[in-house]
Design a protein around this ligand. Structure first.
Ligand SMILES: C[S@@+](CC[C@H](N)C(=O)[O-])C[C@H]1O[C@@H](n2cnc3c(N)ncnc32)[C@H](O)[C@@H]1O
Length: 148
């Protein structure tokens, strides 16, 4: 099957998908951050993962044909883009009966469809998120990634 990881970043999930789904599958990682794409390409090459390809591109204008893949996945990307356009673009590239899986982790930037159903953020969650973001800001500066 062909699976796209939209906003793949450094490609950790694409590499997992590659080993889970095996050589017959086709994994495509897409991100608009060149530094992440170059890192992911190098990492997959070193691990002999030849069924993954990486493309630099915008999640809102995926460089893929209509109805061309079996599934799209994304992890902590929807928080950064307009939700509806992001989802419609994945619907466009998925074959009929394809699947779109969206994972997200920012309680302060929930998907806007059902705000009343969402749990409140606890103080501990806020404390941990704060710690996490301070750490990632430093990482982004150090490795020149995270523009988007
Ligand atoms: C929090 S990171 C998650 C990376 C990866 N999915 C993971 O879980 O390791 C968000 C990623 O979305 C990418 N991104 C944000 N907006 C994008 C867009 N419009 N098109 C493509 N990638 C985008 C960023 O460059 C970044 O790599």
């Amino acid at each position: 099957m062909a699976v796209v990881d939209v906003g793949c970043g450094p490609g950790a999930i694409t590499r997992k998908l590659s080993s889970w789904l095996g050589n017959e599958s086709k994994i495509i990682g897409i991100d608009r951050d060149t530094t992440f794409i170059n890192y992911a390409k190098e990492k997959a090459r070193k691990q002999n993962m030849y069924n993954i390809s990486y493309l630099e591109g915008d999640a809102l204008k995926l460089p893929l044909e209509d109805n061309s893949v079996d599934a799209c996945i994304s992890h902590t990307v929807i928080e950064h883009v307009p939700n509806k356009e992001f989802l419609l673009e994945q619907k466009r590239v998925c074959k009929s009966k394809g699947r779109v899986s969206v994972m997200y982790a920012r309680p302060d930037k929930y998907i806007k469809t059902e705000p009343k159903l969402l749990p409140k953020q606890s103080e501990r969650e806020m404390e941990l998120l704060d710690k996490l973001f301070k750490g990632t800001d430093e990482m982004y500066k150090k490795y020149n990634v995270g523009k988007y």
